[in-house]
Design a protein around this ligand. Structure first.
Ligand SMILES: Nc1ncnc2c1ncn2[C@@H]1O[C@H](COP(=O)(O)OP(=O)(O)OP(=O)(O)O)[C@@H](O)[C@H]1O
Ligand SMILES: [Mg+2]
Length: 254
């Protein structure tokens, strides 16, 4: 059954995005996709296939050249920059590979920063639960530089969870982590979906990370070329290998 509008957290409808310059690059070529509430989707594909661009357009960080993006019932196309900023602070969370923590603030201050910026005082019980879930209760007064990569990534996830955003967008959240820490981070994202009904859209290169998702979208050359429900790590790896062979640039065979 196709999802009803109320079930849909994010919709991209015929989104086109090109970057200018001497040789214009089409980053997204007529992409349409709907992300169902309370699900986790992995977005995969070769380097340069448009994954980050898709995430940025879906999250209102970047504007498509044509087509529309909706978060819930809100159409982002016609929104002013200031309303977009408000939407991003209130309804959307981000986790980037490079953590994007504020070095001068401690763990607790980093986690509470989005709430401070949006002027909403978060429920202290919820803040305590989020901090407990990411397992950083004993590191709240530490600065990011005093933490390991995995701990920093967990701070970034707590920061994304604390405002209870409808949608959490992650760009290679486990790219810099070892296998065990990556598994912890993925379990946290999974719990945001399973326990709090949030929606996660995660870019990843790792078939094992993608196997945590309910669905895998594969991009190539700015288009969605596969849409697979729970394919499992092996099938994902096979599909990526096939894409790699079609694209000599991304292949390692030289
Ligand atoms: N700001 C920009 N200016 C010009 N070209 C850009 C810009 N951002 C992205 N591109 C181009 O758009 C295409 C898609 O880029 P995008 O960052 O979405 O790819 P990606 O799938 O996230 O790749 P990766 O896996 O390497 O992160 C690429 O060809 C890239 O060079
Ligand atoms: Mg990218």
């Amino acid at each position: 059954m196709s999802p009803t509008p109320a079930d849909v957290a994010v919709v991209l409808d015929h989104v086109h995005k090109a970057y200018g310059g001497e040789q214009p690059v089409v980053a997204l070529d007529d992409v349409s996709a709907a992300f169902t509430r309370g699900t986790m989707t992995a977005v995969m594909g070769p380097s340069g296939s448009g994954k980050s661009t898709l995430l940025h357009c879906a999250a209102g960080l970047d504007r498509p050249d044509s087509g529309t993006v909706r978060i819930g019932a809100t159409d982002l196309s016609s929104m002013s920059e200031s309303r977009l900023t408000e939407l991003r602070r209130g309804r959307v969370g981000f986790v980037f590979q490079a953590f994007n923590l504020v070095g001068a603030l401690n763990v607790e201050q980093n986690i509470l920063l989005p709430s401070r910026l949006s002027g909403h005082r978060p429920d202290p019980a919820w803040v305590a639960e989020v901090i407990g879930r990411v397992g950083l209760g004993d590191r709240l007064r530490h600065r990011p530089a005093q933490l390991s990569g995995g701990q920093q990534q967990r701070v970034a996830i707590a920061r994304a969870l604390v405002t209870r955003p409808e949608v959490i967008f992650c760009d290679e959240p486990t790219g810099a982590l070892d296998t065990r820490t990556a598994a912890e981070v993925l379990a946290l994202l999974r719990s945001a979906v399973d326990r709090t009904g949030q929606t996660v859209v995660m870019v990843t290169h790792d078939p094992v990370a993608a196997s945590y998702a309910d669905r895998v979208l594969v991009l190539a050359d700015g288009r969605i070329v596969r849409d697979m429900p729970q394919p499992g790590a092996e099938r994902i790896a096979e599909h990526l290998a096939l894409l790699g062979r079609r694209q000599p640039v991304a292949s390692r065979e030289g």
